[in-house]
Ligand binder design. Sequence first.
Ligand code: URA
Length: 239
Amino acid sequence: MKADMMRIDKYISSQISSVSRKDAKALCKKGEVLVNGSIVKNSDEKIIAGEDIVTVCGEDISYKKHIYIMLNKPRGYVCSTKDGKSPTVLELVSPELFRKGLFPAGRLDKDTEGLVLLTDDGEISHKILSPKSHIEKKYYVELKYPTQEHYVAEFEKGMQIDGGDVCLPARIEFIPENKNACYVYLKEGMYHQVKRMFKKLSNKVVFLKRVQIGGLKLDENLGTGECLELLHKDVEKIL
Ligand code: URA
């Protein structure tokens, strides 16, 4: 079978989140599904995704193999697909963008805000998350105490944080207008890393927001808790 050939019911339910396989079969039976302009009542029939024009209830379905979503994560949500106690980032995705198999490609702490990529594309997510990728992530940080000049050298030399982990060389950028805030650039993502780095410097993170992953910046117009659909080429900026 050709790579992008699939059963019509599977195709429809994969592209429209509110339509199950069962619903898709029923729509076919009712004559609501057209392939290249002809009614297809038999849902066993196969189509070539991306080539054949599929129309459901009078609307053409544009084919997307995968979905990529930029989320501006609010605090209080966990970066996983399921959690017994807390709401997950998937709950912030609107039904129009939701797809089966969607997951967050990377984690932020429950109390951290900012850029999270959600996708159903395992391949690109694997590339982004590989420890070997060393993709730089930029964080906006607010601190309990003012930043100090010696932080620059501490970050650059590769800090040993509590628990014995040794960080890769990292960067800190001061914000002249606010001595209690800075940007931090990391090429890895150890557990609570930013918080542990400042703890080592006898300071404390009071607010943390991820603003960039590789070349992909958090859209300034995206409100906290909002999602924005991205194209594959936008996501490639991360790599
Ligand atoms: N570092 C942290 O401490 N927390 C995050 O969520 C991300 C980086």
